[in-house]
Design a protein around this ligand. Sequence first.
Ligand code: PLP
Length: 426
Amino acid sequence: MDKKNFSPESLMMTYGYKPELSEGAVKPPVFQTSTFVFQTAEEGKAFFELAYGIRGKEKNEELGLIYSRINNPNLEILENRLSLWDKADDCAVFESGMSAISTVLLEFVKPGDLLLVGLPVYGGTDHFVHHFLPEIGVEVMGFHSDHSFEDVVEMVEKSGKSDRLAMVYVETPANPTNQIIDIEMCRKVTEHFATKEHRAKVAVDNTYMGPIWSQPLSLGADIVIYSATKYIGGHSDLIAGAVLGNNEVIKRVKTLRTFLGNMPSPHTCWLLLRSLETLKIRMEQQMRNAKAVAEFLNSHPKVEKVYYLGLLEPGDEKYAIYKKQYTSPGAMISFDVKGGEKEAFTFLNSLKLFKLAVSLGSTEGLAQHPATMTHAGVDALSKLELGITDKLVRLSIGIENVDDIIWDVSQALEKIKVREGEAIPA
Ligand SMILES: *Cc1c(COP(=O)(O)O)cnc(C)c1O
């Protein structure tokens, strides 16, 4: 078998690491060093010429190790391995998902530009695009999953800034409601407004589904972003982010990262390398568990509505997009309890196996209340419009025994009180 044909999961243990450069150690050591020794002054000069783009790469020339803000073996091996899943030319890792997101936005969206954002997005992203970017003169326009291509085109035209459309940024499925947006449609919007010299970039936050179940680059995205704190890290023990794309995109992202200095530490990279080895089996188990939990919730009398892609039916409006973009319904479930904040809190306070915490994608189950926690900063009107209500609960399903998970959800739902002779409030 040709080595090139190995699946990503087969390469996560070894790819991009040469044991002979590290005393034969089967796993990469943590390269806990700030700087690297040049063999000669000429070599140092050549490395900097590449790092600062003073000249292009010679054939087969690799960027040498310089200084750990620019590169480090743990960082590079991690970037090479992460690139495999999304079939990306290259990857840039970050010290957090938010630093990945803000660096991408700062690099590709400039004062005077128009940014289109699919809503809802992660609370931190929402804050950055609605509070920080307008302050530096970026016009931000939101759209959501019910808007068609024609709607979005019309919105852009009405803004009078169609010539300054710089990026269409989407998170799909969106946190916390699992709404999905058609990535191909976003690409078409950028093509519609493209000139000979410029086409706006499509950026997709793929944290919920990637890199195992969706590869947005193959669907027309230019940039894929992750909070690697979530599934990729997967153990609730680190904060990190990643950006993937073609060489041109990642070169720009890495250059800004060099000067913002928001790369992850060698130790964080090392932990992520360890996480990548089990990424696929963790996510698959989480998905199997989530399917069973969603089915259980869907038929429970104290649950009003379940938001889970696996419950979409072939006749549903979003079914075709779901099937086109994802090979799995994922492992994130949101649902409305019958009632409001009080009932939602009773459920959350009664959980015994799930931990009441924000974040997601970890081996342990996590539960939270988006309206007052992760999305507390979203303005009230948008919350209502996006379905982030007081009765909404979000579950991140872990790898625990599925019967234990369902037992926990079941007993916590039972704790929601329905007063004698009173219907459960709608
Ligand atoms: C958590 C999260 C982020 C932010 O990532 P951090 O690693 O916490 O900075 C961005 N997008 C989504 C979808 C997330 O869940």
